[in-house]
Design a protein around this ligand. Structure first.
Ligand SMILES: Cc1ncc(COP(=O)(O)O)c(C=O)c1O
Length: 490
């Protein structure tokens, strides 16, 4: 389906969502196709011989840092790699190994690593006034203005420290504004790690599965509905009228986990209409999609006007302090700051949020995205990578599934997140998921040994530095792994 407004967007064509789900359904009903055992041993040997510097640092880190690594997205198998240098499409580890980086820190690095036009301007700002001052700097205004220019629904913007904080703020505003309690999310989506949002994450229907250390009361007003199920969403909204009312629907516009579980093209519009019908606020979590799907975000692509939008990642240009919430003036005014206590406001804060560093980095990054047409350029890189992966899947007769939403590419080899949760056979389902997750980790390690960094072995973000040559080089590396898969006769 060609998008009539494709110009300027990262997404050239909306994929055939049904076809993707059909293929994913077939993938999880087939025996797994892992990397051959001897090849996997060779990959592990590679790490043990070529990554000794990383191994030594991580061993020591285990004494001081829980698990020896800080990021959820860092590879643990066979051990995490320690990065020393970043430039354009590449990362280098402490042992001097070079990698094409498609993790992109989880999405914020759309301009490529250490992008000089942003870095130089940010350095000037820091040289002049340091990274923080706790009052106001002009870049806060410049950032809010440029967001509003591209996303008219964001009449006002408040910068915060992370996407997690911004999701919390949006929910708080929604509850205060509506006087209602329930927040409905789409099963499998990620909206940060606040107490109320560690619910139904990664896999739909899992509810409190990951909510260790979180009292039941914290999630009692969070609800999840199955992805793409508009009837169920309406049923829950209707039911909620008797149980405290629905404050908001919160969703990732491409579908859960940055489009890993993709939406049907019409879904967002249908949710918008339903929200209007029931007087429920619509919150778009554009932490990943803002300034990546297009300068106007996914809301512009889907032609939806959310009441509130949540930002993260690119909003600080890859620098720290990446979070913010924006939207309708009447709603956003509920955040009005100042020292006065007791006034009716949605209380948020943050010592280091909206620092000169974060706001200048965000502002200059968006200026560069405008100038370079980065959303569209990276989208074409995503198309090239995905088409190449599809050809490889066909060439080696693999059951794998490759699809993309512009510069966000998905390669499902294990389908771990697509195992249907059957409450009656929960233990068996979870065993199956864990087996498949380990296979995913092995694939991640195999790609890494071949010089490719992915997100969890199944997702790749493109940056402006990913030229055709880089993508073709990456495809050759993927092919080397594909030749090593069980059942493939290379
Ligand atoms: C859609 C979405 N929302 C919220 C978050 C949380 O953002 P942060 O990691 O900045 O807290 C993420 C992080 O990956 C995300 O992908």
């Amino acid at each position: 389906m060609e998008n009539v407004n494709a110009k300027g967007f990262g997404i050239s064509n909306w994929h055939d969502t049904k076809e993707i789900y059909d293929k994913l359904g077939q993938l999880v009903h087939q025996p797994m196709r892992p990397v051959k055992r001897d090849a996997m041993s060779a990959y592990v040997k590679h790490f043990n011989e070529k990554c000794l510097g990383s191994k030594k640092i991580i061993e020591k880190a285990k004494s001081y840092i829980p698990g020896g690594v800080q990021h959820n997205l860092a590879f643990n198998y066979p051990f995490p790699i320690v990065i020393k240098k970043a430039d354009g499409p590449y990362l280098w580890d402490v042992d001097g190994n070079r990698y094409i980086d498609f993790l992109q820190a989880g999405g914020p690095i759309i301009l490529g690593h250490n992008y000089a036009p942003v870095k130089d301007r940010v350095t000037e700002v820091i040289n002049e006034c340091g990274p923080t001052e706790g009052l106001f700097n002009e870049y806060e205004l410049k950032l809010a203005e440029i967001i509003n220019k591209h996303m008219p629904s964001v009449e006002m913007f408040r910068m915060l420290g992370s996407g997690t904080e911004a999701d919390m703020a949006a929910i708080r505003i929604a509850r205060l504004a509506t006087g209602r309690l329930k927040v409905i999310k789409i099963g499998g989506s990620y909206h940060g790690w606040s107490d109320q949002m560690v619910y139904g994450i990664h896999i739909p229907g899992t509810g409190r599965y990951e909510a260790y250390g979180i009292p039941k009361g914290c999630t009692q007003n969070t609800q999840e509905v199955p992805p793409n199920d508009i009837e169920k969403l309406e049923a829950v909204m209707r039911m909620n009228r008797l149980r405290g009312g629905t404050a908001a629907v919160l969703l990732e516009p491409l579908g859960g986990e940055s489009g890993t579980r993709p939406v049907y093209k019409e879904y967002n519009k249908q949710v918008e209409e339903l929200c209007k019908k029931y007087g429920v606020l619509l919150i778009f979590d554009e932490v990943v999609t803002a300034f990546r799907v297009g300068l106007g975000g996914a809301q512009s692509y889907f032609n939806v006007k959310p009441d509130l939008t949540v930002f993260g990642k690119i909003i600080a240009g890859g620098y720290p302090g990446a979070g913010g919430v924006g939207g309708r003036k009447d709603l956003m005014s509920l955040l009005a700051a100042g020292v006065q206590s007791g006034k009716k406001r949605a209380y948020v804060g943050g010592t280091l949020s909206a620092s000169p560093l974060s706001s200048a980095a965000g502002y200059f990054a968006i200026c560069e995205i405008e100038k370079t047409n980065a959303c569209e350029v990276t989208g074409r890189a995503g198309d090239r990578l995905t088409n190449g992966l599809k050809q490889l899947i066909e060439k080696y007769h693999l059951p794998f599934v490759a699809y993309n939403q512009g510069s966000i590419c998905h390669l499902e080899t294990a389908g771990a997140m697509f195992i249907k949760i059957d409450i009656m056979h929960l233990r068996k389902c979870l065993e199956e998921i864990n087996k498949r997750k380990f296979m995913m980790e092995e694939f991640g390690a195999a790609y890494m040994a071949e010089g490719l960094i992915t997100l969890a072995g199944n997702r790749m973000y493109m940056s402006l530095a990913d030229t055709d040559e880089i993508i073709d080089d990456a495809l050759n590396r993927f092919e080397r792994v594909f030749k090593n898969i069980e059942g493939v006769i290379a």
